[in-house]
Structure formats: C-alpha cells, structure tokens
Design a protein around this ligand. Structure first.
Ligand code: F6P
Length: 322
C-alpha cells in the first residue's frame, strides 16, 4: 500500500478534524501518501481529490466541522455511482480508503468493498452514538455537552418562571444524546425511541412532582417519529396538566463547536488505528473503541446490528428525578 484516500461523510461531527489530522500524520510517518477526498462520496464520484501533507492538518485539532467537507450522496446508493467512484479512486492511484462517518458511511463503504474490492475502513464518527462496534463515537461527547449547556441555561429560566421546558435533541432514531444530556442535566423526563412512551403517565408524574414541591421541570425529548411533534406534545401536556410549557429545539447547534477533550482523544486514537488497520491488510471494517481499546468490527455486522441503549442509565435517570 503506497497511497490512501481519506474522506468525511454524512453529518459532520466535532472531532472529525482531529481524526483527519491523526490519519494524515500516522499515514505519512508510516510511509504512505495521503489524498483528501472532498465532499465524501459525492467528491469520490466527481474526482475532487487534493494532496495532503503534514501541514494540511496543522491547527485543525480544535476546530469543529470538517476541512474536507461532507455530503449525503444519493448517487452513491447506485451501483453505477459506486463503480464511477472506484474507477476514480484507482485512476488516482489510491490503494485504500479511510472514511470518517456514521451508519450511512459504513453502509456505503461496505457496498464499495463488496462490489468493487476497494480496501476500506471507516472511523466511527456520529453525534448520534448509534454505531454497533464502538462504545462511543467521535462527536457524541461534544454534542452531549452542547445540549447539556443549553439545558442548564433553560433550567435557569424555567426555575424563574415555574415552567416546564421541552427540549428536543438530535439522535435520528436513537436516544443516546437525550439519555446522556437528560441524565447529566437532571431532567425530570427523558423521551427516547427505545422506551415506550405514555403521555398520560408523564402528565401524572409532572403533576406529582409539583405536589411534592418542584416548581419547574425539564423534559428532554429525542427527535424521532414515535415521539411525534414536540410542540404538539408540549401543548397536550399544557392542556392536561395546566402547567406552563415551552419548547426549545436545539437542532444543528449540536453538530458544531470545538470538540471536547474526550472527542479529540477518541478521534486521534481511532484515526491512528484506522491507518494501522489498512497497513495490516484489513478491509471492510469499522474502527471504533470498545472498553477503552481500539476495536475492528466487520462492516457487515456493524450495518446490520443495532447498538442497544444502556437501560440501566434509563432507570437511573428515572430514579433520580424525584
Ligand atoms: O446523524 C447526525 C444527525 O445530526 C442526526 O442527529 C439528525 O437526525 C440528522 O443528522 C440531520 O441531518 P441533516 O444535517 O442532513 O439535516
């Protein structure tokens, strides 16, 4: 292996840049040339390739987003798109690829290996923390801390006005951000897709809490179909309980910002391990961290299995919301 290509794909995460830095520097020290592929799979199809050196990654470890840009690429979902991408990669002399991204990135990388036999590994990176094969993913810690800071601020105003705040956080179809931000923020209620949700029971608990002397409440709600519209939910609770409710949707704020120390360390470890994996002839693997150690998981397993939520933390959050 002489030359590798690296790319970031799907939703950006704080820590992607730290991962790019780790990959570029580990690869160059290991005698490899590095090509940056801009805009993820879209750039692979369009041939958006740039040479990278040690200085290309100077001064980026502290920056959110991704210097390589990212995209969600419909064309790559087709065999023709993948064939075009593989042809471009080969023509540019790349012997292997390292992707940085989440579930969509892994699914696409697996297809590229199966159909085109391009050696490829993926660094586990998504704020959603929903990748089977990694205890934590790059960006999750920063996103949780961003949500937590918002919750702390909302608690101040909720307490001043005796209000009940509904805070919607990201996570696509899973509740990791909601669970960690909710538990860390002392939320009275946490609504996540992994646990069936009963609006009547929640209304009763919120009223009971008032009867026990609580003057305000925080309900952290993961974005997901089952929960429906958070504004409607808050209105339903207002009607049924008489509580003064407000809604804050945190949205893409959770995707930006300086990566936390934890995300920078995780990104550096995963990025370096990804280069070692390619050099050792590994392919079709997710590079993650399990029990503090770098771990390779076959992409097929990673894309077909769901990472379970930590139900003990769900119970703990409920037990402490007294
Ligand atoms: O997967 C990361 C994520 O931020 C999800 O939490 C969210 O549902 C989705 O991406 C939003 O995607 P987009 O940035 O394409 O709107």
């Amino acid at each position: 292996m002489k030359r590798i290509g690296i790319y970031t794909s799907g939703g950006d995460t704080p820590g992607m840049n730290a991962c790019i830095r780790a990959i570029v520097r580990t690869a160059i020290v290991g005698g490899l040339e590095v090509v940056g592929i801009e805009y993820g799979y879209a750039g692979m199809i369009a041939g958006r390739f740039i040479p990278m050196n040690m200085r290309s990654v100077s001064n980026i470890i502290q920056r959110g987003g991704t210097i390589l840009k990212s995209s969600r690429c419909e064309e790559f979902r087709t065999p023709q798109g993948r064939a075009q991408a593989a042809a471009n990669v080969r023509a540019a002399g790349m012997d292997g690829l390292i992707g940085i991204g989440g579930n969509g990135t892994s699914t696409a990388a697996h297809a590229l290996w199966v159909e085109q036999r391009v050696p490829i590994v993926v660094c586990a990176s998504t704020i959603d923390n929903d990748l089977y094969g990694s205890d934590f993913t790059i960006g999750f810690d920063t996103a949780v801390n961003t949500a937590l800071e918002a919750i702390d601020r909302l608690r101040d105003t909720a307490a001043s006005h005796d209000r009940t705040f509904f805070v919607e956080v990201m996570g696509r179809n899973n509740g990791y951000i909601a669970l960690f931000a909710g538990l860390g923020g002392g939320a009275e209620e946490i609504i996540i897709p992994e646990v069936p949700h009963d609006v009547d029971a929640m209304c009763e608990r919120l009223k009971d809490a008032r009867a026990r002397g609580k003057t305000s409440s925080i309900v952290v709600c993961a974005e997901h179909e089952q929960a429906g519209n958070v504004f409607k939910l808050a209105e339903t609770v207002r009607r049924r309980t008489g509580l003064d409710t407000r809604v804050t949707v945190l949205g893409h704020i959770q995707r930006g910002g300086r990566p936390s120390a934890r995300d920078r360390v995780l990104a550096s470890s995963i990025g370096a391990a990804a280069v070692q994996a390619l050099l050792q002839g590994e392919t079709d693997k997710l590079v993650g961290v399990v029990a503090g150690e770098a771990r390779l998981t076959p992409l097929e397993e990673n894309v077909t299995r769901k990472k379970p939520i930590n139900i003990k933390l769900v119970e703990l959050a409920a037990a402490l919301a007294k």
